[in-house]
Design a protein. Structure first.
Length: 415
């Protein structure tokens, strides 16, 4: 059981400045997109405005964070072993009270897990040793590259060697998962392999490769595209092949986002032919509906429904957006409504208000019923890197059954 210890923080402000490739760089005023959490008659809420840009607030005091952790602890007293997952909108290594917070958690016998950090707040590598002494047992470290000059230029790290030394100390003593946003021509190729060589030598647990996004369709919905002019992201299949290659060359676990996890077969492990036997555990489909999803997810979901939907009650339509939870109303406006059935299932986390969805999807005069599916249908590489293939398949079956429930409810056929 992990309790979230949210220390707050704002990207670009509480992280010693934006990394050159940061998703939040160039964001100005954020509009309200609309989402499933909005009031029925009002477009906009905390999640789809300030929440999506992670600008809710500056760093919290350690007293406030501890109060939140203790409240959560009281509600989960009988949930077995408990740890605290320390995260925030800024770089948590820049949180001025990180050592105090971890020490306080350690006094309550609560070990700490450090969420994604670039290490840009580390000015002395001995900080890593003190944090380990304070009960930090795991860390996700966005290394980008083990070349200090590349870190200085791209991560904007004022003390790149100190951060890399801290990364080494963490790797030698506790579970460290490295991470790198892959910029074509910058930290891929031989540079990436040298980084992986160093991480493996230091004793790192694994490596997460993240595909660089630079356009609206790739997920930049905050009006900040392109983040870096003149750089094109890798085609998604080329990126997936890079993940598979690196995984085959190293002993530690390698995963990628948005594709792929070679060890578990995710995302959408149940779409693989060798896992077809598990599809028998998905409920029967009795409704008719169109599933709207992302460009990346569409072929996987289509393959699954081709196998389980004997009467072809379901069709899957992919928008140009590559990440389903970042679908906005602009994506829906580009759809050919002749392909859309009378009932439509949107991704649960899509940034589209119900009013907008119904208006856009009924623009051809057909009054369509719009419902929401589960928040996810698989496990992203960021999470699956710590899971087994059985864990991933179990999660996917649960989520697809939730999706079928939505299809059967919203796409109910009248006899």
């Amino acid at each position: 059981m992990q309790l979230v210890a949210d220390v707050g923080g704002i990207p670009g402000k509480d992280c010693n400045g934006f990394c050159k490739y940061c998703y939040f760089r160039k964001v100005k005023e954020v509009k309200s997109f609309g989402c499933a959490h909005c009031l029925p008659n009002k477009i906009g809420c905390e999640r789809c405005s300030k929440g999506v840009s992670e600008t809710q607030g500056a760093f919290k005091s350690p007293f406030e964070v501890m109060n939140e952790v203790q409240s959560a602890l009281m509600m989960n007293m009988n949930r077995g072993e408990i740890s605290a997952y320390i995260s925030g909108g800024g770089d948590i290594s820049c949180y001025p009270h990180l050592e105090t917070l971890t020490a306080n958690l350690n006094q309550f016998s609560i070990p700490s897990v450090l969420g994604y950090t670039c290490g840009k707040g580390i000015t002395d590598s001995s900080t890593a040793s003190r944090l380990i002494d304070n009960g930090v047992k795991e860390v996700s470290f966005t290394i980008f590259s083990s070349d200090p000059q590349l870190r200085r230029e791209w991560v904007k790290d004022p003390n790149p060697q100190e951060a890399l030394d801290a990364c080494r100390i963490f790797s030698e003593s506790i579970d460290l998962t490295g991470a790198a946003v892959i910029i074509p021509g910058v930290n891929d190729g031989d540079v990436l392999r040298q980084t992986c060589n160093d991480l493996e030598e230091w004793g790192a647990k694994g490596m997460l490769l993240m595909r660089f996004a630079n356009t609206f369709n790739e997920g930049l919905i905050l009006g900040n595209e392109p983040i870096i002019k003149g750089i094109e992201s890798q085609p998604i299949e080329d990126f997936a092949e890079l993940v598979r290659q690196i995984n085959s060359e190293y002993k530690f676990r390698v995963s990628g986002t948005p594709l792929c996890d070679p060890e578990t077969g995710g995302p959408f492990a149940i779409a693989k032919d060798e896992n077809e036997v598990f599809l028998q555990f998905i409920k029967p489909i009795t409704g008719e509906a169109t599933i709207i999803t992302s460009k990346i997810a569409e072929p996987f979901i289509t393959k699954i429904f081709d196998k389980i939907d004997a009467e072809n009650n379901v069709n899957v339509v992919g928008v140009e957006k590559e990440i389903a939870c970042l679908i906005t109303k602009e994506d829906l406006e580009k759809l050919d409504l002749s392909e859309i059935k009378d009932a439509v299932i949107l991704p649960g986390r899509a940034f589209v208000h119900q009013l907008d969805a119904e208006r856009i999807l009924s623009a051809d005069g057909t009054d369509r019923l719009v419902g929401r599916g589960p928040d996810t249908l698989s496990v992203d590489g960021e999470l699956s890197i710590d899971m087994t293939d059985e864990n991933v398949i179990e999660r996917e079956l649960e989520e697809f059954n939730d999706l079928v429930d939505a299809i059967n409810f919203f796409g109910m056929r009248l006899i």
